[in-house]
Design a binder for this molecule. Structure first.
Ligand SMILES: C[S@@+](CC[C@H](N)C(=O)[O-])C[C@H]1O[C@@H](n2cnc3c(N)ncnc32)[C@H](O)[C@@H]1O
Length: 362
């Protein structure tokens, strides 16, 4: 089926009482201020050293778009690499690498998926996940600007972010001229129990494009059975003006089989990676917003979900990761390949049992 050009899509918030303890995201309910410096012996530079300033930045301020941290022409070497499709992992600070990896510096990336540290004191091996709030926002704007510059004019940027920083990211990307295509929500059922406020059960998946109309958008590759077809037996879904009969583009709240947080005895689970995203999440994003051979970038590679799925779908990929250990583990996973490719495609996400035809409902 020919790939359609993008059509306009509709576009469209804080989890409570912080009681932070080092644990996985979706478990730790909120941020807590901590010392800025990287702990002794970690061997990493202070993250503040790369934000361009140690001074507090006004909350509504914006970091400069051009941040020259590496001399032009000095391209870093990938730490791990595979061919066919070209798959590279670089170890370092993504703010720097986004401005020095050749394809990034040249603005040749088709799709970026960013799942940054949330500043929730998670143990990320090397990265100190407890910056003062202003510094974290400065860091955030800095890597966002690096991503914007790395994207092709028809490229798309996805950001996985919780309630406490979603609004700031949206405001910044809009101020930079990007278009919000969807404000999606990844919904999961196993948020940490608490009594002081509602239990957190979502993270935002922000979908932005440089060019609303020229972006790559493959709705046919992500269709699922509609509730009208599977639950309500509504004949109108088999006679629609737009889209295939009985199927729909998924809604903007994402959940279902294999969509839970990766924990327990989930076969996807990687040791020492508490914040792994489910493969189905990346599969949906990559199928919808890129084509075979396209270049996918993840500035916070973690356990390697993005590059693993990208490779499985025949996309080229670049993964940036601060921790050499995480990068090594991600590379092993990339080589091993995805575990669930295709398993959630074309699956119904209806939450009610099928209604019996002809029976009046209570
Ligand atoms: C939330 S995890 C990413 C999880 C990933 N999406 C997955 O599915 O496994 C964030 C990762 O970013 C890395 N990181 C933190 N700050 C970084 C920076 N400035 N540059 C590059 N990587 C960084 C951390 O070491 C951690 O592995």
């Amino acid at each position: 089926m020919p790939k359609p050009t993008a059509k306009t899509s509709p576009a469209i918030a804080r989890a409570g009482a912080p009681k932070a303890k080092p644990a996985g995201r979706g478990v730790t309910p909120g941020p807590k201020k901590e010392k800025t410096k990287v702990k002794k012996g970690q061997g990493a530079p202070s993250p503040a050293a790369l934000t361009g300033s140690h001074e507090a930045v006004p909350l509504n301020g914006h970091a400069p778009l051009e941040v020259k941290l590496v001399k032009p022409g000095k391209a870093p070497k990938p730490t791990h690499q595979l061919k066919d499709p070209d798959t590279r992992v670089y170890v370092g600070d993504s703010r720097e690498l986004l401005r020095s990896v050749p394809e990034c510096a040249a603005g040749e990336v088709d799709l970026i998926f960013a799942d940054p540290p949330f500043n929730w004191q998670v143990n990320y091996d090397k990265w100190h996940d407890g910056l003062p709030r202003d510094e974290y926002l400065n860091f955030t704007r800095n890597w966002l600007d690096g991503c914007i510059a790395a994207l092709k004019p028809n490229g798309t940027l996805w950001v996985n972010i919780p309630d406490d920083t979603a609004a700031e990211i949206v405001v910044h990307l809009k101020a930079r001229g990007l278009h919000m295509i969807n404000w999606c929500v990844w919904h999961f059922r196993f948020g940490q129990n608490r009594m002081g406020s509602f239990i957190m059960s979502k993270v935002h998946a922000l979908y932005f494009a440089k060019d609303r109309d020229a972006r790559t958008w493959n709705p046919d590759d992500i269709l699922e059975p509609s509730d009208r077809a599977t639950t309500y037996f509504d004949p109108r879904t088999h006679n629609k003006a737009e889209g295939p009969n009985g199927l729909r583009v998924p809604m903007d709240v994402w959940y279902g089989k294999f969509w839970g947080r990766v924990q327990g005895n989930n076969k996807e689970r990687r040791e020492n990676h508490r914040n792994q995203l489910p493969e189905v999440y990346l599969e949906r994003v990559i199928r919808a917003c890129s084509n075979e051979g396209d270049l996918v970038l993840d500035p916070f590679l973690g356990s390697g979900t993005t590059s693993t799925v990208a490779r499985g779908l025949k996309r080229r990929s670049i993964g940036l990761e601060y921790s050499p250990e995480n990068a090594k583990s991600a590379f092993e996973r990339i080589k091993a390949g995805p575990l669930r490719l295709g398993e959630a495609i074309n699956q119904s996400t209806a939450i009610f049992a099928p209604r019996r035809v002809g029976k009046k409902q209570a």
